[in-house]
Design a protein around this ligand. Structure first.
Ligand code: MG
Length: 163
């Protein structure tokens, strides 16, 4: 088994759609970034890459690449999942925490789980998404949205290790 951790932050700005875990959330602001700026999917991708020792999304998808300008992060997730599966790993489980002062996200977390699970080739029972505020005390969570992710990967064909 392999464990990975990911963290990401994007700034909330007017005039952008708000997308988290691939789910569009009605709000008067959205996250600023090169892609759709889905901070939760970005944290998840970094956790997957971390667990598989495949680097990070900044290296894989540099924000200087015109081809990924405005791209939906689920497309980037598909590429990450293909690389992780290609290395012989399947998802054990993923746990994502979205940190936002606003908007309220609890009614969207089930849709987020289902969306991510489908892209991870995993049963929805292996994916958890939760949301928290920072009680107004966080500079990041009042000006943007942050996300943490931890992932456990399992080898699909464990090698017999030499002693
Ligand atoms: Mg990001």
């Amino acid at each position: 088994m392999r464990i990975g951790h990911g963290y990401d932050v994007h700034r909330l700005v007017p005039g952008r759609p708000l997308v988290l875990c691939g789910v569009e959330i009605p709000y008067d602001k959205g996250l600023e970034g090169h892609s759709d700026a889905d901070a939760a999917t970005h944290a998840l991708m970094d956790a997957l890459l971390g667990a598989a020792a495949l680097g990070d999304i900044g290296k894989l998808f540099p924000d200087t690449d015109e081809r990924t300008l405005g791209i939906g992060s689920l497309k980037l997730l598909d590429e990450v999942v293909a690389r992780v599966r290609g290395k012989g790993y399947a998802l054990g489980n993923a746990d994502i925490t979205v940190v936002a002062q606003a908007p309220k996200l609890s009614k969207y977390t089930e849709a987020m789980r289902r969306t991510l699970a489908a892209h991870l080739f995993a049963d929805v029972g292996r994916v958890n998404v939760k949301a928290t505020t920072e009680e107004g005390l966080g500079q990041v969570s009042t000006q943007g949205i942050a996300a943490h992710a931890v992932v456990l990967l399992e080898e699909t064909h464990p090698r017999v290790r030499a002693l």
